[in-house]
Design a protein around this ligand. Structure first.
Ligand SMILES: NC(=O)c1ccc[n+]([C@@H]2O[C@H](COP(=O)([O-])OP(=O)(O)OC[C@H]3O[C@@H](n4cnc5c(N)ncnc54)[C@H](O)[C@@H]3O)[C@@H](O)[C@H]2O)c1
Length: 253
């Protein structure tokens, strides 16, 4: 087992990639804090992990609220005695809205959930990890929208680019010399999750910018969870500050 005894936080673990990561991490021996805004989803994933013989605790938290995020990290530390892995996965999309049509409300929602939440979580976790003998590992689920300009709207693309920048800064600051903390990001392409159902009214200008370069066949969440397992485990011990693009070749075209 690749994560035996590790305490891992997975945000947005009630659905999609977060659920798949939480389940896979538990199968690999991690004690998993299953975090989501959706209580019923948290309960279902905790039950699924426990039924399979794994260890999990549910935490209902809104990543857009600093107090919730700090409580999430503290609860994990007090429940399991350490915070070894933080997976910032929770995120929302923006209907590919171009900047001219982005409302303040949309911008703030995307920045709070996709960027501020992960920042608050990283800050709280790092201040625990840096005093642990084994340090810690951070895995940030970004997007190809964090590497290219047209795989989301303005707020989504800006939030995911910033999340990748935050990841690189943490890696270069807190790597081998600064506390033995590794931080890497994943940039998935299209993945078969509930987020697809939130694209209710894609903006024509945002869609025109993508043109006919759609993602093609979608990944299943477990295909991204396996990347998160690699980055969360010692298999990636010398990988730090990197972004693993997992898009089935979408952006290679
Ligand atoms: N699905 C894709 O095509 C795709 C591609 C690239 C990147 N991503 C990224 O992957 C991550 C996971 O997305 P998914 O596709 O699995 O989506 P999903 O909608 O299936 O799951 C997201 C989960 O996050 C939770 N969540 C939403 N807002 C929250 C908040 N404020 N606080 C706590 N939890 C919250 C939801 O309740 C849900 O359970 C996101 O960051 C997303 O941007 C998705």
């Amino acid at each position: 087992m690749k994560l035996q005894g590790k305490a891992a936080i997975v945000t947005g673990a009630g659905s999609g990639m977060g659920r798949a990561i939480a389940v896979l991490y538990a199968q690999e021996g991690a004690k998993v804090a299953v975090v989501d805004i959706n209580q019923a989803a948290v309960d279902a994933v905790v039950a699924e992990i426990k039924q399979a013989g794994g260890e999990a605790t549910g935490i209902v938290a809104n990543m857009a609220l600093k107090d919730d995020v700090e409580r999430m990290v503290q609860t994990t530390a007090s429940t399991y005695g350490s915070v070894d892995i933080l997976v910032n996965n929770a995120g929302v999309m923006d209907n590919f809205t171009p900047v001219g049509d982005v409302t303040d409300e949309l911008w703030e929602r995307l920045m709070n959930i996709n960027l501020n939440g992960p920042f608050w979580a990283c800050r709280a976790a790092i201040n625990i990890m840096k005093d642990q003998s084994d340090g810690g590992v951070i895995v940030n689920n970004a997007s190809v929208g964090g590497l290219f300009g047209t795989r989301g709207g303005a707020a989504y693309v800006a939030s995911k680019h910033a999340l990748i920048g935050l990841t690189k800064n943490i890696a270069s600051t807190y790597g081998r010399e600064g506390g033995n903390i590794r931080a890497n990001a994943i940039a998935p392409g299209g993945v078969n999750t509930n987020i697809q159902t939130t694209i209710t009214a894609p903006h024509p200008l945002g869609m025109a910018a993508i043109g006919d370069a759609g993602p093609g066949k979608l990944a299943e969440p477990v295909e991204i969870a396996r990347v998160a397992l690699f980055l969360g485990s010692n298999d990636s011990s010398f990988v730090n500050g990197d972004v693993i693009k997992a898009d089935g070749g979408w952006t290679a075209r």
